[in-house]
Design a protein around this ligand. Structure first.
Ligand code: 6A9
Length: 780
């Protein structure tokens, strides 16, 4: 893996991989582990999409025609504008089973996925999909009796030819839809079975542009409608197609099963038997077993039965199922910004990162179906509790994305499918910009659990060898922050990269922190100190310290990190740097004035045109001072449990948390105090408040977790912490569960005034933490 000097000289430093053995090359990620995770529902951007964890896979997916107000729409890619009243995984185990419920107007679709590995199966095993179509004939409409049209497709990203099962597709005669062969799995076959009266048509295409599949099918179908007046694929194919689309039409209700089998000696190996075990009653029974297994594992992992009502439990199941069902596999190259002089001949000052794989959960299937660095840390808090091996696999992929400087790109837009969702202005990643090392929250839990013998032998082995190899990368990560994000004073840090020239933003954003528009010093400068980053550094040092101890690394590094932990958790030093007596809380420090506002200015352009623009007006010179915005950032020392349990400061934090005119609402804690001068303020004309009021689950989880901690350690405020903890926990659960049952979805944030879900609809990233809140599962 190490690069030669010559190679290093040619590759710009920023796109040079970290020179150490990759985590994903560890033996624990090969063999059976790797094979067991080969196929999966790893295309979270579509309503149902299957692929293998390989750069150029055979992929499968489902489209259908939805009817709204008499008009026809092709459904495929998860889009909010489709306005489905529900979709999502009711169960999913992240490995071999999932059951999804989709409600599109009057049509109910159930999509189930099942994997099975038999003796004869090719690499990665066989899989099946069951699609169940129901019509609920509401308002006695006639659509109900019409045919429903499903489109199940296979596409080979490698360009291999797919063979059609037969010239005419009469599946009752011959259930074979398609066959082919690939390097990875050998020969394969796709079969379709149903007891219902189905009509099947097909079309075959050849194109490398697999992200445009919806258009391809829609245009083809449109042509048929215009030419022949029928909504039917033409039953034709180009030569050597790499895409086959099968239209399955029938009157609802109906059910159909698709079975995918593979293996080198397919012809001779009991094909019929295998297909029948993956379809019909046998499939239904296996799905039922898996459903029961999911329920049992859910109960075992989270223990909710005696704690909560059934409505909450249903939502809790949806939380973990959708997080697991949203796990994707991506392959591609990030676009990295470089300064112009670094790259002669480059036009847009960007270069490509090395081609990389990423196996990761995603924040939101319709809005953000790709990896985000700090979101993933929160996702892993749930996932390691469900399946430690999956969690390590995901964290390993992320750490392998580190470059030689110890930097990891924040947003991972890998491959054309991912790219198609992002406006081009937002694609490039800046190598000077960080994002919280939240993955360490999960790693810390794993290491603590290891020390306390909480895992099975196999899990313990996997965690030990993982952290042992990860250590150099974690050190480099720490160093990257410690050198590039440090402040003027020892033990101070600030998020670098805020715009200090703009006059358009009311308060220049800090996207790096993850808290985007959460207000900081009005005038970004080198004098800043950000209290949240300081606490992330403490977490990082603490995590490295406990890993170093675990392996008795040369005493040196354990000692060094120990010293950093000591410095960063020193209550006096912290108070000197960030505590404000009058406010009774921790604040950022920087060049700041409260007297800023956005005003409309007329500017004259050539030819006497006047344009109106909104610009920032500063009514008083900024001064170096503590920045008086209260919110999650101010609570980071509380989150980091740095405050001694008997300190008056702790009481102050509890007061701020529970005060209705500051952070408290009946639905959770606000992301910015109601008393802040920028509470619910637009940042520019179009930039609505985001982290300036609404309730976010990740921050609420962290704060709640500390309330739990302080309600269990001795001290004068223990009871107070307990009461606030109970109330906050109740409020968060009640509101998310209520929204889930009312709207069918989890949301990106919740309105602090009425509790309503807002932002991205279908957000099963960190909002899923509500399940850990139900289970009272926090880090020790
Ligand atoms: C850019 C959109 C017109 C914003 O959940 C992912 C992130 C979080 O990491 C972050 O903390 N979300 C939070 O503040 C969503 C970010 C989406 C960026 C999309 C392109 C332009 O569309």
């Amino acid at each position: 893996n190490l690069m030669t000097h010559a190679e290093q000289a040619q590759t710009p430093r920023v796109v040079t991989p970290f020179p150490a053995p990759k985590l994903m090359d560890l033996p624990q990620f090969q063999g059976e582990h790797k094979e067991s995770l080969y196929w999966g529902t790893y295309r979270p951007n579509v309503y149902l999409g299957i692929r293998a964890r390989t750069p150029r896979s055979l992929i499968a997916g489902l489209m259908w025609i939805g009817i709204k107000d008499g008009r026809y729409f092709m459904r495929h890619v998860c889009q909010d504008s489709d306005d489905l009243s529900k979709y999502g995984w009711a169960q999913h185990d992240g490995r071999s089973f999932g059951h999804q419920v989709i409600v599109d107007q009057d049509m109910n679709l159930g999509t189930s996925f099942l994997k099975s590995k038999g003796e004869d199966s090719g690499y990665g095993g066989d899989w099946a999909v069951q699609i169940d179509v129901q019509n609920h004939k509401s308002r006695g409409n006639e659509e109900a009796s019409r045919s429903a049209h499903l489109f199940f497709y296979l596409a080979d990203e490698d360009g291999n030819t797919l063979n059609l099962g037969g010239d005419t597709l009469d599946i009752h005669e011959n259930p074979l839809l398609a066959s082919g062969s690939r390097m990875d799995i050998g020969s394969w076959q796709l079969h379709l079975k149903s007891l219902d009266d189905l009509e099947v048509h097909y079309a075959g295409f050849k194109t490398p542009h697999i992200h445009n599949l919806s258009d391809l099918v829609q245009e083809n179908l449109g042509l048929q409608v215009r030419k022949f007046g029928r909504l039917q694929l033409p039953d034709t194919s180009v030569d050597s197609p790499n895409i086959l689309v099968f239209q399955i039409s029938a009157r609802a209700p109906f059910r159909t099963d698709v079975a995918f089998i593979s293996g080198t000696r397919l012809e001779s190996s009991r094909v019929e038997e295998r297909v029948s075990s993956l379809t019909g009653t046998s499939l239904t029974n296996q799905l039922k077993d898996k459903q029961r297994e999911f329920d049992t594992k859910f109960e075992k992992s989270f223990n909710l039965v005696d704690k909560l009502d059934s409505e909450s439990i249903v939502a809790g199941k949806a939380a973990i199922a959708n997080l697991l069902g949203g796990i994707g596999y991506f392959f591609g190259q990030s676009k990295i910004a470089v300064s112009g002089d670094m790259l002669p001949g480059s036009h847009d000052n960007s270069i490509l990162y090395w081609p990389a794989e990423l196996y990761t959960a995603v924040p939101s299937r319709p809005f953000f179906p790709r990896g985000f660095l700090w979101d993933e840390g929160f996702h892993q808090l749930l996932i390691w509790r469900w399946d430690t091996h999956i969690s390590l696999d995901i964290i390993g992929h992320w750490l392998d994305l580190m470059n030689i400087d110890g930097w990891i790109p924040r947003e991972q837009i890998l491959g054309v499918e991912a790219l198609s969702k992002v406006p081009s202005d937002f694609v490039t990643q800046l190598p000077t910009n960080g994002n919280p090392p939240a993955l360490l929250l999960a790693l810390r839990d794993l290491v603590h659990g290891l020390k306390k013998n909480k895992f099975t032998a196999a899990e313990s082995d996997a965690i030990s060898s993982f952290v042992e190899r990860a250590f150099v990368r974690l050190e480099a990560w720490f160093q990257w922050f410690n050198t590039t994000q440090s402040g003027k004073e020892v033990g101070s840090y600030y998020w670098h990269g805020r715009d200090n020239i703009t006059n358009r933003e009311l308060n220049p954003k800090t996207l790096t922190s993850g808290l985007d528009d959460y207000p900081r010093a009005s005038h970004p400068s080198k004098d800043e100190r950000h209290v949240d980053l300081r606490c992330w550094m403490l977490l990082a040092a603490d995590c490295l310290h406990s890993i170093a101890e675990l392996f008795e690394k040369e005493n040196k590094s354990a000692k060094e990190y120990g010293a950093t932990v000591k410095l960063l958790s020193d209550f006096e030093v912290l108070n000197q740097m960030h505590y404000d007596d009058a406010y009774g809380t921790y604040l950022d420090f920087g060049n700041h004035t409260e007297k800023v506002r956005l005003v409309w200015k007329e500017t004259m352009t050539g030819h006497n045109y006047a344009t109106r623009e909104l610009v920032r007006e500063v009514l008083e010179s900024p001064k170096l001072r503590l920045v008086p915005h209260i919110g999650p950032v101010s609570l980071f020392p509380f989150i980091g449990r740095i405050i001694p349990a008997d300190s008056k400061v702790l009481e102050k934090q509890l007061d701020i948390i529970s005060n209705r005119s500051i952070l408290w609402t009946d639905f959770g804690l606000r992301s910015l105090a109601k008393t802040s001068s920028l509470y619910m303020k637009y940042n520019t004309e179009h930039d609505a408040p985001y982290w300036r009021g609404p309730i976010w689950m990740n921050m609420n989880y962290m704060i709640l977790s500390s309330l739990y901690h302080y309600s269990r350690v001795d001290g004068p405020y223990r009871e107070k912490a307990r009461t606030i903890y109970d109330d906050l926990r109740g409020n968060l659960i009640r509101n998310v569960v209520k929204n889930y049952h009312k709207t069918g979805f989890f949301w990106e944030q919740y309105d602090q005034k009425n509790g309503k879900g807002k932002g991205a609809r279908v957000f099963n990233g960190w909002t899923s933490l509500v399940l850990l809140i139900m289970a009272e599962a926090y880090s020790s």
